[in-house]
Design a protein around this ligand. Sequence first.
Ligand code: MRU
Length: 332
Amino acid sequence: MAGAASPLTPDAIVRLEDGRLVLLDQTLLPGERREKSYDDWPEMVEAIRAMVVRGAPAIGVAAAYGTAVAARGGRDHFHEACDGLAAARPTAVNLAWAIQRMRDAAAEASDEQLVPHLEQAARELHRQEVARCVAIGDHGAGLLDSGARVLTHCNAGALATGGYGTALGVIRSAHGHDPSLQVWVDETRPLLQGARLTAWELAQDGIDATLLADSMAGWVMAQGQVDAVVVGADRIARNGDTANKIGTYALSVLAAAHQVPFYVAAPTSTIDPSAADGSAIPIEHRDPGELAGASAAEGVAVYNPAFDVTPAANITAIVTELGVHRPPFRFA
Ligand code: MRU
């Protein structure tokens, strides 16, 4: 389905329409704006794995809608969809969190009311995730000084959350008070979520952004050109250890070495109360071809973890919709 040139509202990123899940295809951005729609869960699993929709809260929202679509095939089919979608990607806990909420909603509904009840529950979950991002933005904006030069990694924007964004929510909110704010955008190897998606979102909002290769971050910090790092999260353990896009850990080490504050912005749906620390967080390893592409020497072995874990000791503060949390972190 060809996409219309609609603004980047929550519904333009992920929505339910006529009993189908509709996704803005993030693999094609920024070159092409096209939607894809899905009416059964196995193809939704493939879409999540292929990163048609990506970012921790956004895959949770998409899966919530996906289970509501699957419920049209009956209660057993709904539960199969819950199991299948929960296994689509391992690191972001928002996926399991959203699906558990849908299971809870299903348990409250009669068979006759199952589909409308789940559709309503998924829409409400989406609305609440976006509202959490707006609150995160407002809490986090206060951490940035006037004229701050902020470095971010990957895409923790509207595309990654189903609307507004977490790290980009903080940046958006701060920019609303202080248009002189500037953003360094890590390109984010190997899938270039920074170069493709974050740079695109910031351009749409008229926020001053400069792209840099991941390997340049240390040098711009050494030159005193970064006032804060703000990133999103895929899973936060009880002690504050935080999984996020590969490269985040290295950034946190660089930030500590240069006395640059390092902030994590995420909704409470990203906190995993079952993980005592980062060692309990599963790390997704992706297709070697994503890294090797066409340019690597043929046959070379490839190591391609999609995420890493930043120890709580390297994090200055974690911003959730509840406020700014400082160390020592003790999440329930
Ligand atoms: O592999 P991706 O693109 O899904 O990874 C996304 C990230 O690592 C984001 O930084 C994270 O999900 C936070 S999104 C608000």
